[in-house]
Design a protein around this ligand. Structure first.
Ligand SMILES: [Zn+2]
Ligand SMILES: [Zn+2]
Ligand SMILES: [Zn+2]
Ligand SMILES: [Zn+2]
Length: 100
């Protein structure tokens, strides 16, 4: 029989976790720390324990074409393709029109 006693442990990240004592204590919380790689000090929404890395906070921007696109905080706006334009280019307008 496995030990059934629950233990509370404060992890190195500062989160507290309650688990059975034989289970692994991997933090399952959201990081929620200020991302030191982000100029705008967004909160990191990656799982705790994962390297914060580049900020992935979604920011809406207006593209050159006029569409509004969302990009990650760390992305350069001019390296991002407009998703709406991209989709529009892939589907020729005639193929979606119903034949009368
Ligand atoms: Zn944690
Ligand atoms: Zn950011
Ligand atoms: Zn993080
Ligand atoms: Zn566009």
């Amino acid at each position: 029989m496995k030990c059934d006693i629950k233990v509370k442990k404060i992890l190195s990240c500062g989160h507290t976790l309650e688990k059975k004592c034989y289970e692994q204590f991997n933090c399952i919380e959201i990081c929620d720390k200020l991302n030191s790689n982000c100029l705008f000090r967004h909160l990191c929404k990656k799982p705790c324990g994962v390297n914060c890395g580049l900020c992935t906070y979604p920011i809406p921007i207006i593209m050159k074409c006029g569409h509004i696109s969302e990009l990650s905080c760390s992305q350069e706006p001019n390296t991002v393709e407009c998703l709406e334009c991209k989709e529009g280019n892939q589907i020729p307008p005639m193929s979606t029109a119903k034949k009368l």
